[in-house]
Write a protein that binds this ligand. Structure first.
Ligand code: EPS
Length: 411
């Protein structure tokens, strides 16, 4: 079982989306504004649907925090769905009453057509449902609001340990940013990304991405893309080589691939590395230069590995990327079949994002924060921030002193 466990609940048009984060250490001061800023970022981005103009997602903390500080009890969060007011009968927990209003609302929002690429088809068969809406409501990417809220807590925990995580958009469809972030601090990447309407750090590429989204909107189509998440100042040895389910690369893959619409992920050079010889993929190690301060016992000049070797962090910058398919709800719907008649039709369309890649960059950051926070709590086995900070500081100085001892002992 993971040390830090997230469970989410709630439906897209039900009363609320919720998160329970179990195993979160006591003693962390919670900056609710910072968590809400992540939620606001998830809602923004060029290409989002009208739903985001209805909602203004904010956390309501209902457990695990007292007087602004975590207590060690499960962090329990609600994000109310404002749109629920328009869906009272459709989403009613009780049998809908037979009023004219209820009948009209039900008729307008009943779903009898599958959307290719969504959970509609397999989910309706799997759960033996009579209304596709029962699948759509929970499979909707609105659930990612709960992940971002919980991920905000993980982000604050990492920040308290000096670990900053950033994310940005690298590509939307075939528009790819040429900008390199290798010399940029994560704070700067976040600032630049969030000042772009598509969360891309390159202003010229941002404009071309917006133009591509606009074109897809006109065509009734949707677009996918690629996001990158980076984390700096991670201790060496998060995760483990010793068992398959303790490998950090596997955990990161699960975390990112579980985000709705993700079809691939990579760590470091990933796909490109598979086409090159080993001599051009592995990052040579060098002895520490005596004239320069280093917090690690070895120095690298490259980071093709993306900060993970042998299923563990190696102290270099973590670099992960996730590849998102275009949103499957298309205005110009694809050919599909009706349910339960299985007659030919065009797929169902209510309203949808044209492109949710900027939002996905925020969700990917949250999932990486949760994964890293889990591996830190696992390695340092801490119930409180007091214990966690002390253990991490002690371990970091152990690693650094190894380096100094080696140099002092060298002939
Ligand atoms: C989303 C809210 C949803 C969708 C979107 C994500 O709102 P509604 O269904 O009311 O329009 O806009 O859902 C999907 C992308 C999906 O595939 O289901 C949100 O808040 O992120």
């Amino acid at each position: 079982m993971p040390a830090l466990r997230l469970i989410t609940g709630g439906e897209s048009h039900g009363k609320a989306i919720m998160s329970i984060l179990e195993g979160f250490p006591a003693g962390l001061t919670i900056d609710q504004l910072a968590v809400n800023a992540e939620l606001a970022a998830r809602q923004s981005g060029y290409g989002r649907s009208g739903r985001q103009r209805i909602e203004s997602d904010q956390i309501e903390i209902v457990g695990g925090v007292r007087h602004g500080i975590t207590t060690g009890a499960p962090i329990s969060l609600l994000i109310h769905n404002k749109d629920a007011a328009n869906w009272t009968h459709v989403m009613s927990v009780d049998e809908p009453n037979g009023s004219d209003e209820a009948v009209a609302q039900m008729a307008a929002k009943n779903i009898e057509r599958f959307r290719p690429g969504h959970a509609d088809y397999a989910g309706t068969l799997k759960y033996a449902q009579g209304d596709v809406r029962d699948v759509l409501e929970r499979s909707s990417a609105r659930e990612t609001a709960a992940r971002v809220a919980a991920g905000g807590f993980a982000m604050l925990l990492l920040r308290a340990l000096g670990i900053e995580v950033a994310s940005h958009v690298i590509a939307i469809a075939d528009v790819i940013s040429p900008a390199s972030v290798s010399a940029m601090a994560n704070g700067q990447i976040t600032e630049l990304a969030r000042s772009s309407e598509v969360f891309c750090i390159d202003p010229e590429t941002s404009e071309r991405m917006k133009a591509a989204i606009k074109q897809a909107l006109t065509a009734g189509d949707s677009l996918g893309g690629r996001v990158e998440v980076l984390a700096d100042n991670l201790p060496v040895g998060l995760g483990s080589y010793s068992q398959w389910d303790r490998r950090l690369d596997g955990q990161l893959a699960q975390a990112l691939m579980s985000i709705q619409a993700m079809k691939a992920m990579e760590i470091g050079d990933g796909f490109a590395g598979s086409q090159r010889p080993g001599s051009q993929v592995h990052d040579a190690m060098f002895a520490v230069d005596n004239s320069r301060q280093s917090t690690l016992p070895v120095v690298r000049q490259t980071n093709h590995a993306g900060g993970v070797e042998g299923g563990m962090t190696n102290g270099e910058r973590l670099i992960v990327r996730a590849y998102m398919k275009p949103i499957p709800t298309l205005k110009a719907g694809l050919p599909s079949v009706t349910f339960p008649q299985f007659e030919p039709c065009q797929a169902h369309y209510e309203r949808s994002d044209v492109c949710a890649v900027p939002a996905a960059s925020v969700v990917a950051k949250a999932m990486v924060c949760l994964t890293l926070a889990n591996s830190i709590i696992d390695k340092f086995a801490a119930d409180s921030m007091r214990e966690l900070s002390a253990s991490v500081t002690d371990y970091r100085s152990y690693c650094q002193n190894l380096n100094q001892k080696d140099r002092a002992d060298a002939p």
